[in-house]
Design a protein around this ligand. Structure first.
Ligand SMILES: [Zn+2]
Length: 175
């Protein structure tokens, strides 16, 4: 089932997500739906808060941009090692219309659980490392907007409010 992707300023996006204790049927269904939603968007990654569930779960597949990408499900992921720094352009399905140069670690080592509850460690560089850091940000309630300058953030927010007002007016005109 394709889920509705929550967008800024939905409060679920700025909440710190809770750890998953039991990987039960409900979680399995959520994982399947998130995978479907990510590919349909299309996106390279999706975190549970983006579909309205404040849980530490993310799915990603960087093969959209890199051939060696693989569909990965991570439950309760944690970055245990970071190296280097790199600036890359980034966007987010939950912050439509924003593309910004973001500085992140070039390499990360992440530990978490797969959907069967087995511990997995991922060592990632380049684009995949970026996707993983972006998704883990979502679990902390951090959005791209929090990673850009105050000036750029205000420009986005102003533009966003204006767009919302225009949409409301259009809707009122149709009614
Ligand atoms: Zn995002």
């Amino acid at each position: 089932m394709i889920l509705d992707i929550k967008k800024y300023p939905d409060p679920v996006l700025t909440k710190k997500a809770k750890k998953i204790k039991n990987i039960d049927q409900e979680i399995q269904k959520l994982i399947d739906d998130m995978i479907e939603t990510m590919y349909a968007a299309p996106g390279v990654g999706l975190a549970a808060p983006q579909v309205g569930h404040s849980l530490r779960l993310a799915v990603f597949d960087s093969s959209v941009k890199e051939e060696e990408g693989l569909l990965t499900v991570m439950i309760n992921p944690e970055i245990i090692e970071k190296n280097g720094e790199i600036i890359m352009k980034e966007g987010c399905l939950s912050v439509p219309g924003l593309e910004a140069e973001i500085k992140r670690s070039e390499q990360v080592k992440v530990i978490g659980l797969d959907r069967n509850g087995h511990t997995v460690t991922i060592e990632a560089t380049g684009f995949l490392a970026r996707v993983i850091q972006h998704e883990i940000d979502h679990l902390e309630g951090i959005l791209l907007l929090d990673r850009i300058s105050l000036l750029k953030r205000n420009i986005y927010k102003r533009r966003f409010v204006k767009k919302q007002r225009e949409e409301a007016k259009e809707q009122a005109a149709q009614e």
